[in-house]
Design a protein around this ligand. Structure first.
Ligand code: ATP
Ligand code: MG
Length: 634
């Protein structure tokens, strides 16, 4: 049987950028930039020159020990020096670096100079606690300025951080802290979530009993709930007390380009989370370049990425990318719909956000409330929108484009992974857009759609999305698991290419369309079908808010589609609607998409970052073990 996937859904609409976007853009000619990017080493060396190196590299790319690639060998650099220190001698000194906003309406602003001083104090405090270059620091913190300060302090002294999303449970925390052998955990009394305070310190208290490497716990008093300090499980100290009295100057550690910057676990959508190791130089080049290029950053921008620092999107596009290019980055603590589903649009108006970057799960959720909330606010400050995390259904794309971007703002649908560190496939603001397509590999990136033997599949056929050449912010290995690193990414498909684990197809214009995960592919009457198109077909029906599909065994067809549907308010999955949905999906996708069963649900199993976990639906369907659920939302 063929290993290709069948392409079912075709989206023909094209959106050209408006003239103002083109006029302002750093990169006005997309095609020319793509052409420039074909000389990969030269291209990335040019970009690397925009950073300040203590010592220039010998070689841009070293592939002598594949797949353990090295970038900018022997280059010496420091992340925090570039993200913070270098701006204080420029006009950015008094510009806001971090704009903190939370669901209660509190706000706080830190200029680059204030951030510089805070980071230095924390860096010195970590040193006073015995942290040296190479020691791992774990963060289990709310979205707040101190979390960013701690990450930057670690990077300043060369201590790799491992940030653990503050919504994960005790078990997940213990596992990650022990895996990384962290010496310190930095946490807070609690974090605000939907009008409540989640008591983080309590979770850490329980966790550290099972974390033998942890010598000190640092607690930030963030919400002001009462906490008790104890010494049962090592030393406990308050964040404010350790930075008090510390010097506000700290020399940056001279880091090798290939020294580790952080360890971060993947989202766990398809299985047990993988501990991804990122190093310093290449990651800096990749994240700074893509932030500037994809979001076309200018001096007056206020950039808001709604992710959490516990995920790669937060690392690369809340903290490091935006600060490396010297913009104002928003740190938001709260949900998208609390106290009401207009909260994000209100923040955009109040603070004049210019670039806004979020996830399809949030858009689909907010769409359910219609255009009532966005219409209440003046969103005219917005210039560019972004999407990341899952395929964005064309229906959601159009809603976002019309109601949030007011048909002025291009949407950057950025495809990338924890492992890639940076955007790899994405439009630029001047790119003609097709709703649902991530367009083309960025300049300096070579991606292709191939069959399982590594041969390119023709346009209109689906296959595996692979990356053909190394890129600066690529993962260097999986933490303490080189074997899994090689097997997962480099041995699945011949030709020395990086296997992404995603299925995709390319259209006649060379545009890439993500079809879903290779693990989730359905197998219907000899056709391999990705989940994204089928789910998008459901979501394009007016009754459906969200959909997840899995294959269900069928004696004749091999598999048929079982769809789990969240319906919009006022709809019920009755016989009439079932008939209508079948007709609608058949009309959208053709006869291949045979629907076996539809069920109405209130919720879908998702990761804490909002990705649909189809493996949980499959396991339940087949009565199997659920597998790793450490990142599953409650
Ligand atoms: P795990 O690897 O543990 O299963 P995960 O793959 O969800 O979890 P992440 O690194 O957070 O972990 O997510 C990367 C994946 O998210 C990509 O492989 C892809 O499937 C999906 N993705 C990210 N951005 C996009 C996008 N713009 N369009 C389509 N899919 C996307
Ligand atoms: Mg993955």
């Amino acid at each position: 049987m063929s290993e290709d996937t069948t392409v079912l859904l075709e989206e023909k609409r094209v959106f050209k950028p408006n003239y103002k976007i083109v006029e302002e853009a750093h990169i006005k000619n997309w095609e020319a930039e793509l052409e420039k990017g074909k000389n990969i080493e030269k291209y990335w060396a040019e970009k690397a020159k925009e950073l300040e190196w203590f010592q220039k590299w010998d070689k841009v790319l070293d592939g002598s020990n594949k797949p353990f690639y090295k970038w900018f060998t022997n280059g010496k650099i420091n992340m925090t020096y570039n993200a913070v220190d270098r701006w204080i001698h420029t006009s950015k000194r008094n510009q806001v670096a971090i704009l903190y906003v939370n669901e209660r309406g509190d706000e706080e602003k830190l200029t680059y100079y204030e951030l510089y001083r805070q980071v230095n104090k924390m860096a010195n405090a970590l040193k006073s606690l015995g942290i040296k270059k190479g020691d791992v620091v774990a963060l289990y913190m709310p979205m707040c300025p101190e979390a960013v300060i701690t990450m930057l302090a670690c990077a300043k002294i060369g201590a790799p951080h491992t940030v653990i999303y503050s919504g994960l449970s005790v078990g997940a925390l213990v596992e990650r802290v022990n895996d990384a052998k962290a010496k310190i955990i930095v946490t807070a009394d609690g974090t605000y979530r939907r009008g409540k305070v989640i008591e983080l310190k309590k979770i850490v208290d329980e966790a550290v009993l099972r974390c033998p490497t942890v010598q000190t716990t640092v607690i930030l008093e963030h919400t002001g709930i009462p906490i008790e300090l104890s010494d049962i499980s090592g030393k406990e100290v308050l964040f404010d007390s350790i930075i008090e009295g510390e010097d506000d100057k700290c020399e940056p550690e001279i880091m090798d380009a290939e020294d580790p910057l952080f360890i971060l676990y993947t989202s766990g959508t398809t299985g047990k989370p993988k501990g991804v190791v990122h190093t310093t130089g290449g990651y800096m080049v990749g994240t700074s370049t893509t932030t500037k290029m994809v979001f076309d950053i200018h001096d007056d921008d206020i950039f808001w990425c709604t992710a959490d620092i516990g995920w790669i999107t937060g690392h690369s596009y809340i903290v490091y990318g935006p600060l490396l290019v010297g913009t104002t980055t928003v740190v938001y603590e709260g949900a998208p719909d609390y106290p009401d589903p207009g909260v994000w649009w209100r923040i955009i108006e109040e603070h004049g956000i210019t670039k806004f970057y979020t996830a399809p799960t949030a858009i689909r959720h907010l769409m359910r409330f219609g255009d009532k909330y966005p219409r209440l606010y003046d969103l005219s400050s917005l210039k560019i929108l972004g999407s990341v995390g899952e395929p964005i259904n064309p229906e959601a794309w159009i809603w976002y484009y019309k109601n949030i971007g007011r048909e002025r703002c291009p949407i950057m649908d950025t495809w990338w992974q924890t492992e890639t560190g940076m955007h790899l496939v994405s439009p630029l603001p001047v790119t003609p857009l097709k709703p649902g397509s991530v367009t083309k590999p960025l300049p300096g990136i070579e991606a292709e759609v191939v069959d399982k033997d590594g041969k390119p599949v023709p346009p209109g056929k689906g296959g595996h999305l692979v990356i053909k050449t190394p890129w600066p912010a690529m993962l260097r290995t999986l933490y303490k698991d080189e074997k899994r690193y090689i097997e997962t990414y480099w041995e699945n498909i011949p030709g020395g290419v990086y296997t992404t684990g995603d299925m995709a197809h390319m259209d006649e214009d060379g545009y890439i369309w993500i079809q879903g995960r290779s693990d989730d592919v359905l197998n219907i009457a000899g056709h391999r079908v990705g989940t994204a198109e089928v789910e998008s077909a459901f979501v394009s029906h007016p009754a459906v808010a969200e959909a997840a599909v899995i294959g269900k065994s069928d004696p004749i067809k091999g598999e048929v589609i079982k769809a789990f549907l969240i319906l919009k308010e006022g709809y019920n999955l009755n016989t009439a609607l079932i008939g209508d949905l079948k007709k609608h999906v058949r009309h959208e996708l053709g006869p291949v998409a045979v629907i076996g069963e539809m069920v109405q649900v209130d919720k879908l199993p998702k990761t804490r970052s909002g990705k649909i976990m189809r493996r949980i639906l499959r396991a339940k369907e087949e009565g199997l073990e659920l597998g790793d659920t450490s990142t599953l939302e409650e």
